[in-house]
Ligand binder design. Structure first.
Ligand code: ADE
Length: 217
């Protein structure tokens, strides 16, 4: 899966995507990351990427021309890719959607919004607007990393054997994780729940189901 990220701060990504599981996915050849600096497509000698809003108002908006040029460049590299725009106005990212994207395996072109906003015309380029929650961050970079992490870990082959992904997708549906314990059995008086020591797999399964928070669709 080719993941192309369009951002004014592409240097934010390598420390996260080139570490741990996300790096392993790349090392195995399962994913490929490409960082596209929006500034490259800026206008004029100053490589301008933003401008004041029509109708007045505070702040600057990302201009359409550089974003269109950047997405067009990314589309040439991967014509089938889906285009995502990270925005607090988007559809809330859920585990179910992350799983669908991982299973589809289509390339991703991710636009990171910045500053006070963007010219609305860029949404005509976008297949899906994605929010990671009802709060406003300074830009789409952290949300893009969250989206990538949520999807890439579910791509078959990434978690090391299919086991973990299988456990999540089939045994526990869309339930969130249950609490887990490792040795020692008693740590500073905090004991591992009896049921987990019982060896009774049916009971353990029942307990885990009961402990998992169900996720709304
Ligand atoms: N950009 C700023 N805040 C965001 C959010 N909550 N989700 C996605 N993109 C964002």
């Amino acid at each position: 899966m080719k993941i192309q990220i369009i951002s004014l701060f592409p240097e934010m990504f390598a420390p996260v995507l080139e570490t741990s599981m996300l790096w392993k996915a790349k090392d195995k050849g399962v994913v490929e990351y490409e960082y596209i600096n929006l500034r490259t497509y800026g206008l004029g000698p100053r490589k301008t990427v933003d401008d004041t809003p029509y109708g007045g108002g505070d702040g600057m908006l990302l201009k359409p021309e550089p974003l269109f040029a950047a997405v067009e460049h990314a589309k040439i590299q991967d014509p089938e890719a889906f285009v995502y725009l990270m925005t607090p106005r988007g559809e809330r990212l859920m585990q179910k959607r992350a799983r669908e994207l991982a299973q589809e395996g289509k390339g991703m072109i991710i636009i990171c919004g910045r500053y006070e906003g963007y010219d609305e015309r860029i949404t005509t380029l976008v297949d899906r607007q994605v929010s990671i929650g009802d709060y406003v961050l300074t830009g789409g970079e952290l949300p893009a990393m969250v989206l990538i992490d949520a999807v890439v870990r579910l791509i078959p082959g990434v978690l090391g054997g299919e086991k973990s992904a299988e456990i999540e997708s089939f045994s526990h549906g869309d339930n969130l994780e249950f609490p887990q314990y490792t040795r020692p059995e008693d740590f500073r008086g905090m004991k591992v729940p009896e049921v987990l020591l019982s060896g009774n797999h049916a009971e353990i399964e029942k307990w885990r189901q009961a402990q998992s928070g169900s996720q709304k669709e």
